[in-house]
Write a protein that binds this ligand. Structure first.
Ligand SMILES: Cc1ncc(COP(=O)(O)O)c(C=O)c1O
Length: 471
């Protein structure tokens, strides 16, 4: 008897006695026939098995823990499309309330019942909307003055997040980057001013720089632009990319001026799904006033049962994240956000101290302004080390942790760093487990008698390029 004759194909077939469990998973073509739901479920579920547990993923800024009520609300709303505002008008109202609260958290001066803003699928969409608005406003001004409007540029530090490269590529805007260096680890304001000209649509400082965890000095930038704009007669504004910082600064450093308290800040974007504490994907962008949101960016559609006007790159989008954000706002309030982020900060500081205290490492920044930090190998130690931070990343991955090692941006790309982002869901006990795993990994790596492949490659690179990095 053929072994396959034993395979049953009925409702009583056990998942792991099915034919599907011994055949390759569909990868190229849509299967011709159906697969029972339990088996299909198991196959999809099992694809995710070898991955890191999201809460051990210390590479991401994005929420990996929400409480049961928030999760429940999201699951219950999973079939709701946000764009169907006629059918789900309360979702649109909640969205407007969230925009109001975010705008007020950032000291919006706008009067009226509804503040001017938009929801996005993440900071990327929110950044793009802020960027497009700045470009259209600039273009309008140039047209009105009878001046050419074909060479727009945007200025930010070289530690930009990739969304800005996408934005500049897609809208054909020249991206002028100011290198971050060991001397100027954040946006160099003097160089910004030297780089500005009549074609600059905006300057984009970052609150919570992805690469370093630091903040650009937005108040100093505002002051410098105030003077520059006064002298030149230009109106170069600021869009703040506050992907992480937008939900950290208001709670952990409320007196710091980085938002609409500053005159030239005309728009701000953030990720609701980072320190806004909502599962992905949710972003927010707010303008200082409706006057700064060009009319061309609002599109009206009337086929949903009423005339709906919306601002966004995508049309359909999940509503669940908006419910979760509104839930977080009600449940946590300012107090709750402050407490959660203070805990994240305390745990980040604890890890920072423990890692910076190991002889093989050195922290990049002495003090933390956000609950994330980077560190690098102590230069003297590195000269003799048989391993690199990439080897440490691999070792930690074997324990389930994702702690990324990467090279810094252009001009300091010889520097390899590692980063930890602490978020809600990381406890002191987990931090202790991580630190112990780092210590164990280092002591194993220190037993190596021969260099690892990544160390050999790094040495070759040093020989050809020379060592550039000292800090
Ligand atoms: C500074 C900054 N801007 C923009 C983004 C893009 O955010 P999102 O993943 O929400 O699209 C990130 C993501 O890490 C970021 O750190």
């Amino acid at each position: 008897m053929n072994r396959d004759d034993n395979i049953r194909k009925d409702a009583e077939t056990d998942v792991f006695s099915s034919l599907e469990m011994r055949e390759p998973a569909p990868a190229e073509f849509l299967p011709k026939h159906k697969t029972p739901a339990e088996i299909a479920y198991q196959m999809v579920k099992d694809e995710t098995f070898p991955q890191t547990q999201p809460r051990l993923n210390l590479a991401t800024f994005v929420t990996t823990y929400m409480d049961d009520y928030g999760t429940r609300l999201m699951n219950e709303a999973v079939g709701i499309n946000y764009i169907d505002e006629t059918e789900y008008p309360r979702v649109a109202v909640m969205c407007g309330r969230c925009i109001n609260m975010v705008a007020n958290m950032w000291h919006s001066p706008e009067k009226g019942e509804w503040k001017t803003g938009a929801v996005g699928i993440g900071s990327s969409e929110a950044c793009m909307l802020g960027g497009v608005a700045a470009w259209l406003r600039w273009r309008e001004r140039r047209k009105a003055a009878g001046k050419p409007y074909d060479k727009p540029n945007l200025i930010m530090s070289s530690a930009y997040q990739v969304v800005w490269e996408k934005f500049c590529q897609l809208w054909q805007i020249e991206m002028r980057t100011i290198p971050i260096t060991h001397k100027h680890p954040t946006l160099n304001i003097e160089e910004v001013i030297e780089t500005c000209d009549e074609n600059t649509i905006c300057v984009v400082p970052i609150a919570g720089v992805t690469w370093t965890g630091m903040n650009d000095d937005i108040e100093a930038l505002n002051d410098a632009l105030e003077q520059y704009n006064r002298i030149t007669g230009y109106d170069i504004p600021i869009h703040v990319d506050a992907a992480s910082g937008g939900f950290i600064l208001p709670f952990l450093n409320p007196d710091k001026k980085w938002d609409f308290r500053l005159k030239w800040v005309l728009s701000i974007s953030t990720s609701g799904h980072k320190y806004g504490l909502v599962y992905p994907g949710l972003g927010w962008v707010v303008w200082r006033d409706k006057a700064y949101l060009p009319a061309e960016m609002s599109f009206s559609v009337n086929y949903l049962g009423a005339s709906i006007s919306q601002v966004g790159l995508n049309f359909s989008r999940p509503a669940a994240q908006i419910l979760a954000q509104y839930y977080n706002f009600i449940h946590l309030g300012e107090e709750g956000y402050r407490e959660i982020h203070s805990n994240s900060m305390a745990i980040a500081e604890y890890c920072h101290k423990a890692i910076g205290g190991m002889p093989c490492f050195r922290n990049y920044a002495d003090e933390l302004v956000n609950p994330l930090f980077i560190w690098y190998m102590q230069p003297e130690y590195e000269k003799k080390a048989m391993w690199t931070l990439y080897d440490l990343q691999d070792k930690l991955m074997q324990k389930g942790w994702m702690v990324p090692a990467y090279t810094m941006p252009k001009d300091i790309e010889d520097m390899v760093v590692m980063r930890i982002v602490v978020r809600q869901g990381m406890s002191r006990d987990m931090a202790d487990m991580l630190i112990n795993d780092i210590r164990d990994a280092v002591s194993e790596l220190e037993k190596l008698e021969y260099p690892t492949p990544t160390r050999t490659a790094a040495r070759k690179n040093e020989k050809t390029k020379g060592r550039v990095f000292t800090h």
